[in-house]
Write a protein that binds this ligand. Sequence first.
Ligand code: HEC
Length: 164
Amino acid sequence: MASRFAFHPACGAALALIFATAGGVAADAPVPSVRQVVLSPHAASDLMRDKVEPFVSKHCQSCHRKDKTKGELHLTRYATERDVTADFRRWKNIADFIRNGEMPPEDEPQPSIDERQGVLAAIEAIMLTEAKRNAGDPGAVLPSSLSELGNRIRGMIRSQIRKG
Ligand code: HEC
């Protein structure tokens, strides 16, 4: 991966590139192609409504809502992509918890691989929007998030497989 990444205005093109890269690294076990989760270039504006909110309401909000903030995390207060990008570090942490299978807690019903992939791809896409805004900034978050993405998704798939 080149250390400097020129942004194409179409966020979808960038995403397609990332997922193609991630998918190109052979996994140890047969897994659904990472390419299958590539998002349409025009889906960005609906990612919160279509992907993140349904996942949170199904799997997280029983413990992380306004009147019940386990770990002092109130997830339903994030309604728009802007809310997410404004709290970038927290969402990176949230994505890590989902990817590693640490949340929901193991004694709770677990999301399917597709659900996890879908929500992680959506969170990453939202973060890419933010990174794109910072593209002129040499210290921008994007390069690391690009190179980490493939590993993250593969790690997430592996941990799902281990859980069987
Ligand atoms: C059954 C209750 C329950 C559910 C459901 C649940 N969590 Fe949690 N979560 C907790 C508790 C309790 C903590 C704090 C203690 C801990 O870290 O284990 C926590 C902590 C966290 C933290 C760490 C907060 C911090 O910064 O310290 C994150 C991130 C998180 N949860 C995300 C999620 C996400 C995302 C989901 C949905 C996929 C989810 N949780 C579903 C109970 C839950």
